[in-house]
Design a protein around this ligand. Structure first.
Ligand SMILES: NC(=O)c1ccc[n+]([C@@H]2O[C@H](COP(=O)([O-])OP(=O)(O)OC[C@H]3O[C@@H](n4cnc5c(N)ncnc54)[C@H](OP(=O)(O)O)[C@@H]3O)[C@@H](O)[C@H]2O)c1
Length: 323
């Protein structure tokens, strides 16, 4: 089967198309014929070997063997199942998250039956389903489970035009919040269409200086800090970053107080989150924003584009039709 691998950190040119043996599903594994995957900002950072401290996990001087095939999000068709699998059958159309197991940049990927895998929405293409995995479940995890957004609260989303951000705007509305989206000039109309009550163009205004107070500031792109956002939070408000090692001690420290706090975490087990997202999509209550789509052979171009930091929503990679 085809697989994209990299054995060194660097520019998108380190990505190589290779031929490898397809994986064989174990007793409780599901073998997925990958039809679509994506290029996320996180994967581009992993390809570059950034942040440097992350190399403790991904490999100090070059990617560890199991980190050489990127691809966190997938949608495809179940090709085979292990003897002990009861939840999936060959032919099921599924979407899922490989996490640090990575490996979706390939024609086939084995997923544990009880991992982050679910039947995909009935009303989407494989390309759309692949783009509805990490951004949507991450936004849901932080807003619903970590910040515990309640109806009537005021939520501000920084990076409202990104993958996590486009879903965050819609999910915060779904949870009953009043939503302010922060994005660049070319995406202000999109963010309003997604349901934001108010949109701030970051090239023209600084939300930390507008005198407004928010119950939740959700920075999906790491462009702000707790100290800068503190005055913009209500007395019991929370700052929710998706990235930044420096935020980890702040989560512990501020968690001890009853005042403004930093809320963090990582959504790793996504089974229930995927099912929730699927239901919203099937009810036409969650829109999937796809910026560009590339075939597997042009994955380096997709990485070059995501490296700019200016994608809108999601960038999808297609691998070819299901059987
Ligand atoms: N903790 C977790 O579980 C978890 C899970 C998933 C992702 N993440 C992390 O979350 C981060 C976001 O990922 P993503 O894929 O959603 O990002 P993304 O799609 O790459 O974000 C790009 C968007 O950010 C906008 N942007 C750039 N600078 C901005 C600013 N100063 N203010 C407002 N918007 C700005 C850009 O708009 P313009 O083009 O107009 O500049 C662009 O549309 C990544 O670092 C990823 O590693 C964490």
């Amino acid at each position: 089967m085809r697989a994209i691998e990299h054995t060194a950190y660097g520019s998108p040119d380190v990505l190589r198309l290779t031929e490898v043996d397809p994986p064989v599903p174990g007793h409780r594994d599901v073998l997925v014929k990958v039809v679509a995957t994506t290029v996320t900002s996180a994967e581009c950072a992993m390809r570059r070997g950034e942040p440097r401290w992350g190399r403790v996990v991904i490999g100090f001087t070059r990617p560890r063997r199991r980190m050489r095939r990127l691809g966190m999000e997938l949608a495809g068709e179940v090709a085979a199942v292990g003897a002990g699998v009861t939840r999936f059958r060959p032919g099921d159309r599924v979407f899922g998250f490989t996490g640090f197991g990575l490996g979706a940049y390939a024609d086939y990927k084995c997923m544990p039956e009880l991992g982050s895998l679910a039947v995909m929405p009935a009303n989407t293409t494989f390309e759309q389903a692949a783009a509805a995995v990490d951004g949507a479940t991450t936004a849901l995890f932080f807003l619903r489970d970590q910040a515990r957004v309640r109806p009537g609260q005021r939520v501000l989303v920084v990076g409202a035009s990104g993958s996590v951000g486009t879903y965050a705007v819609q999910l915060a509305k779904h949870l009953g919040a009043h939503v302010t989206g922060v994005c660049g000039t070319r995406n202000t109309a999109l963010v309003a269409e997604l349901g934001a009550d108010h949109v701030i163009d970051y090239t023209e205004a600084d939300f930390t200086a507008n005198g407004e107070r928010y119950d939740v500031v959700f920075d999906t792109v790491g462009r702000s800090s707790f100290s800068a956002c503190r005055p913009s939070l209500t007395p019991r408000g929370c700052y929710v970053p998706t990235t930044g090692l420096h935020n980890v001690p702040l989560v512990w420290l501020t968690g001890l107080s009853r005042g403004r706090r930093v809320v963090g975490g990582m959504s790793v087990h996504k089974g229930e989150l995927l099912a929730y997202v699927r239901d919203l999509i099937e009810q036409d209550r969650l829109r999937i924003v796809i910026d560009r789509t590339y075939p597997l052979e042009r994955i380096a171009d997709a990485h070059r584009y995501v490296d700019t930091g200016h994608k809108t929503g999601n960038v999808v990679i297609t691998l070819g039709g299901a059987s």
